[in-house]
Every structure is written in structure tokens, then in C-alpha cells.
Design a protein around this ligand. Structure first.
Ligand code: FES
Ligand SMILES: [Fe+2]
Length: 439
């Protein structure tokens, strides 16, 4: 691909449909974005004990996250160096003191180093040496955790994790700071959905404030009706009705929120869902947090104005409700998403129940919210694969956002600056393939 092609495909206010449909571009995305950037593997609590492992896809590469005997979380290619067989066939489990290949029983320490090979004398006088890295499992080039969230990069060059995350690291701070112990734990029940659409639709949709009052109208309006009836009958309605009724906010209400768009394609949708009611559970919880951190810090942590944080190109974190969704692209027209939620350590059970309600009512594949989004993205993929047009419009509020020190602030919540900013990052990653300096 030439620079000229990319300049043509991605323009400041429109993009060519092929960026969503072309398999050759998809392969380049895997190579130059997903297999270079820091990719989220999982949370340390998914591998609590020595030998616990969790398999994970980074770009096109099958990897395994494992806790080694020194308690270090390793991320290794899930491949036996003998004849290439996958070592862990299950999603997760405990492999004991070693990985043992199911084919010829080569075994490996939990840090990937070869441990034993059957009938070793068969290699006497050959070029195979156990001291040679080719005899061991290959580790990811870089692995790092931030507040318990494990990332790996398959490239030895590029920004370090904190530089990559930049201000978007608030996703993890906001999640963890809401625990008096400063920690969360992954709830191991995770939903997986295969979306029949390009991964970019999901990322764009997360901060698309124009769509909720259209796409989610039927659910939002129905929930609002019940919420209002309960309020008039009983004086109050459970908080979870609010999770759904918010989607029925008007265009003007959505237009009044703000998106903050960072370098590397990350971003935040500000606005708060009113998670500070004055019921006894919330009062107790807020008291616990302020006791742990003091009045001022506690208030700062409880009052952060965040709805979603996006970490481009694969993560959407709803930190106030301890939700996280992660993309594992399969092809230009198929994307697997993982939907997780977390428990705040040291808080009353009722606060966890809020998170669980949101997980089940909004993010689960069984809810109308998620189903309505999925239907749109599927239809978008079908439409873009047609010959009915060449371009995707990103013109909304173009030229009307405020730029300060590399950050783009929307002046209208529904500005398509979100998508424009993601494509600035996309183009930079893809162009980096043609330059010696990675993004
Ligand atoms: S392929 Fe793994 S031991 Fe032979
Ligand atoms: Fe949506």
C-alpha cells in the first residue's frame, strides 16, 4: 500500500467504505495495530494461583496468560516449539507446575522455558539445544500491568504502557478508586458475542451520542414509563430502571454531553448516570469510601464525570459501573467481543448488585440495548459491502471542536469528532508500517 492510498481512504471528514470491508486492510490492521499496540489480556485475578492460565487472542496470535511460580503474570505464545501444537486447548484452567504438550510431552516451566523433553538422548549430536530460545515457548515482547489489568505488546518498540494509555488510564483509576482497598476483582462469568461487523463500528458506537435516543428508544421509553409509574405509586423506583430510561434522553440532552478525544484514538464520554442516590446502601458505601480516603479524595473519586472510556482500538470501559468490553477481531466483517464486569473489593454486596444489574440489563447479549446495537452494526456491514456508495460521512460538527494540546474536545456531544479522532490514530498506525518510527 502506498501513502497516497491511505490519504485517499481516510480523509479528515469522510472515509472510504473499504476500511470496514477489505480483508487486505484487515490483515494490515492486525499486523500494524493489534500486533503492535498494547493489547488488554485480562485481569490478574483471572490467574490467582500459580499455574492458573487464561488463553487470549492478540491480533491473529493465540496467547496464554499464566501466573508463574514467582507470582509473575506471563503472556506467552500458546505454541509448542517442537512441532507447533497449541499447548492450552481450553479457555482457562490450572496447568500445575508446567505446560505439557499433548503430542510428544515436551514440557515447559510456567515462564515458558523448556523443562524436559522425552528421550533426550535422541537429540545427541543434533543442532537442537535446550539452551536455545527456539526450544522454549516464546514470550510476548512486552508485558505490563496497570492496577491489576494486564496488557501485552507483541512489539519490542513503541511507547510504554502508561505513555500509550495517556489520560485514558483514568478508566482503571476510576474503577479501582471506587473500592476502599483500591482494587477490583474480575467476575469470571464473561459473555462472548460474535458481531457480524467490522470492529470499528463497535469503537465508534461507544461514544456516538446521537444514536441512543433512536436505536434504544423502544427500550428506554418502556423503562421510563414503568419507572415513572413506580415513582408515582411508591415514591421511588429501583436504580436499574434508570440504567435503561436514560437511553430515552432527547437529542438535545445527548448533544449537551461532551466527548474528550485523546491521542492514540482513546476518548471519554463524559456525563454521569446519577449513581449517587441516597438510599441506605449508597450512604453506607460512600461512608466507607470517605473513611478510607478522606472527605476530599472520596468526593473526588465518587464525583468523576465518566460514562465510557475508550482505549483504542479494542476496549470500552464503563468504570463507574465496573464494566469492560474487549474486542478480538476475527475478520473484516466479524468481531468477537468479551463482556466483563468486576467486583469492587471491600464494599457492601448491594453495590456489586448494581454492577451485575447493569451487566445483565445493558451489556449482556440478552438485553435489548445490546441487541439493537448489534443489529445496526450488522446492517451497516451489509450496506457498506454494497455498491450503493463509496464513502462514509464523518462531517457532523467538523471544524467546530476545540483542540487543546493534542486533545479534541467536542462542543456538541453528538459531534463525529470521536470517529474522526479514531481515524487519525488508525491512519498513523497504518502509515507507521511505511516509516521506521512506530506510533
Ligand atoms: S508438538 Fe509438542 S511435543 Fe511435539
Ligand atoms: Fe447503543
Amino acid at each position: 500500500m502506498t501513502t497516497l492510498d491511505l490519504e485517499h481512504l481516510v480523509q479528515p471528514d469522510k472515509v472510504h467504505k473499504s476500511v470496514y470491508t477489505d480483508e487486505r486492510l484487515f490483515e494490515l490492521e492486525m499486523e500494524h495495530i493489534f500486533e503492535k499496540a498494547w493489547v488488554y489480556c485480562g485481569h490478574e485475578s483471572q490467574v490467582k494461583n500459580v499455574g492458573d492460565y487464561w488463553t487470549v487472542q492478540i491480533g491473529r496470535q493465540p496467547m496464554v496468560m499464566v501466573r508463574d511460580k514467582d507470582q509473575v503474570v506471563q503472556v506467552l505464545y500458546n505454541r509448542c516449539p517442537h512441532r507447533g501444537v497449541q499447548l492450552c486447548g481450553n479457555q482457562s484452567g490450572n496447568t500445575g507446575q508446567a505446560f505439557v504438550c499433548s503430542y510428544h510431552a515436551w514440557s515447559f516451566h510456567l515462564n515458558g522455558k523448556v523443562r524436559a523433553i522425552p528421550l533426550m538422548k535422541g537429540y545427541d549430536g543434533t543442532a537442537l539445544k535446550t539452551s536455545d530460545p527456539d526450544s522454549s515457548m516464546v514470550p510476548a515482547a512486552r508485558v505490563k500491568s496497570y492496577r491489576g489489568f494486564v496488557f501485552a505488546s507483541l512489539s519490542s518498540t513503541g511507547p510504554d504502557l502508561l505513555e500509550f494509555l495517556g489520560d485514558a488510564k483514568v478508566a482503571f483509576d476510576d474503577m479501582c478508586d471506587r473500592s476502599p482497598m483500591g482494587e477490583v476483582e474480575a467476575v469470571p462469568v464473561m459473555h462472548r458475542v460474535v458481531q457480524k461487523s467490522n470492529w470499528k463500528f463497535f469503537m465508534e458506537n461507544q461514544l456516538d451520542a446521537l444514536h441512543p435516543s433512536v436505536t434504544h428508544q423502544s427500550t428506554g421509553v418502556a423503562a421510563r414509563r414503568v419507572e415513572q409509574r413506580l415513582k408515582s405509586d411508591n415514591g421511588s423506583a429501583p436504580l436499574f430502571f434508570h440504567y435503561l430510561s436514560t437511553f430515552a434522553s432527547s437529542f438535545d440532552q445527548w448533544d449537551s454531553v461532551q466527548t474528550v478525544n485523546f491521542p492514540h484514538g482513546h476518548g471519554i464520554l463524559k456525563a454521569y448516570m446519577g449513581l449517587r442516590p441516597t438510599d441506605p446502601d449508597t450512604v453506607e458505601y460512600e461512608g466507607i469510601l470517605k473513611k478510607a480516603y478522606g472527605e476530599e479524595k472520596g468526593e473526588e473519586y465518587l464525583g468523576r464525570s465518566i460514562h465510557h472510556v475508550l482505549i483504542y482500538p479494542y476496549l470500552s470501559v464503563q468504570s463507574p459501573l465496573q464494566q469492560l468490553r474487549c474486542l478480538r477481531p476475527i475478520s473484516a466483517s466479524e468481531t468477537q467481543s468479551e463482556i466483563w464486569h468486576f467486583r469492587l473489593k471491600g464494599v457492601p454486596e448491594a453495590i456489586y448488585q448494581r454492577s451485575l444489574w447493569y451487566f445483565n440489563l445493558v451489556n449482556s447479549p440478552a438485553t435489548m440495548i445490546n441487541a439493537d446495537d448489534l443489529e445496526n452494526w450488522t446492517k451497516a456491514q451489509i450496506g457498506l459491502q454494497s455498491n450503493g456508495g463509496e464513502w462514509v460521512s464523518l462531517h457532523r460538527n467538523y471544524g467546530q471542536d476545540t483542540e487543546k494540546e493534542g486533545v479534541l474536545y467536542s462542543n456538541n456531544g453528538t459531534s463525529e469528532v470521536v470517529m474522526r479522532n479514531q481515524f487519525i490514530a488508525w491512519k498513523a498506525y497504518m502509515l507507521s508500517a511505511q516509516s521506521p518510527n512506530p506510533v
